[in-house]
Design a protein around this ligand. Structure first.
Ligand SMILES: [Fe+2]
Ligand SMILES: [Fe+2]
Length: 277
């Protein structure tokens, strides 16, 4: 049996700049960090909002094992088919049962350990969804008993929702990591029951921006109330993500670490992967 599984969650990938840095860095990151399983939030991957089938396949083929989504999951309707048929993507589990897509998935990590992934939405500044605590309980009740490594991407605005979820699932899942705010929080920790926790892992995309969008566009709309197109910014791309090491026999986290990959670091990682080929 493997002694540990190394997981990475990459925060919301924003538009083309976000995709480009992720595509360049992930193969090298897998080597450098000895990653067994990589998850990324893709709700902003297509032009800053939603996901398309082509982008789904592009992200999966670069070495991402599973994509999670969020409040922008259905922004591109062409993704419905992928959500219904592909195993490597989940939609928020507290959406109605009739909503397209799966509520959780169970996949094999590179070292053959089975990993469950699910995604939930918070309820502050979010569309009205079912109680996230009850929805989490429902997913856990449906998971096979022999799956111990479980990752939740909790897509929520409020740190209070996120802390509640961490405490609710402490000792029952391997990691509760947050997305949606696009800003990483400095509270990564292992809770007393063995669950790795962080309110938000951040985003992959242009840092010189307002949450990935062009500063002047957001400023203009905020000042004048005149709607503008919130174009994706381009400058200074970074990947924010969080690494978790899990004991696969117990499902408990043994380490958690925040990670930032700069543009220069991404180039070095791409070189590393090229040499290894
Ligand atoms: Fe987002
Ligand atoms: Fe979001």
């Amino acid at each position: 049996m493997e002694t540990h599984v190394r997981l990475l969650l990459i925060g919301d990938i924003v538009g083309k700049p976000g995709r480009q840095i992720v595509l360049r860095a992930v193969p090298g990151l897998r080597i450098q960090e000895g990653l067994d399983f990589v998850v990324a939030n893709a709700e902003n991957a297509a032009g800053g909002s939603g996901l398309t089938p082509d982008i789904y396949h592009e992200l999966i083929s670069c070495g991402i094992d599973c994509l999670t989504m969020g409040d922008h999951v259905y922004r591109r309707r062409e993704i419905y088919g992928v959500l219904e048929t592909e195993a490597r993507i989940v939609r928020p589990a507290n959406y109605p049962d009739e909503a397209p897509g799966r509520r959780y998935t169970v996949l094999r990590a590179r070292n053959q350990v089975r990993v469950a992934v699910f995604n939930l939405l918070g309820r502050v500044f979010m569309p009205p969804v079912d109680c996230f605590l009850r929805a989490a309980d429902r997913v856990l009740a449906e998971l096979p008993d022999d799956v111990h490594v479980i990752l939740l991407d909790f897509h929520a605005e409020a740190t209070s929702d996120k802390q509640l979820m961490g405490r609710h699932l402490d000792g029952r899942v391997s990691a509760v990591l947050g997305t949606h705010t696009h800003v990483p929080t400095a509270d990564e920790q292992i809770l007393p029951g063995g669950t790795a926790f962080q309110c938000d892992v951040g985003m992959a995309g242009p840092h010189e921006s307002i949450l990935g969008r062009r500063i002047e566009r957001v400023m203009e709309t905020t000042r004048t109330f005149r709607p503008t197109h919130f174009e994706v910014a381009t400058a200074e791309c970074r990947i924010h993500g969080t690494l978790v090491e899990v004991d696969p026999t117990t499902g408990r986290a043994t380490a958690v670490r925040r990670m930032v990959v700069s543009q220069a670091e991404a180039e070095r990682l791409s070189e590393l992967a090229r040499k290894k080929d």
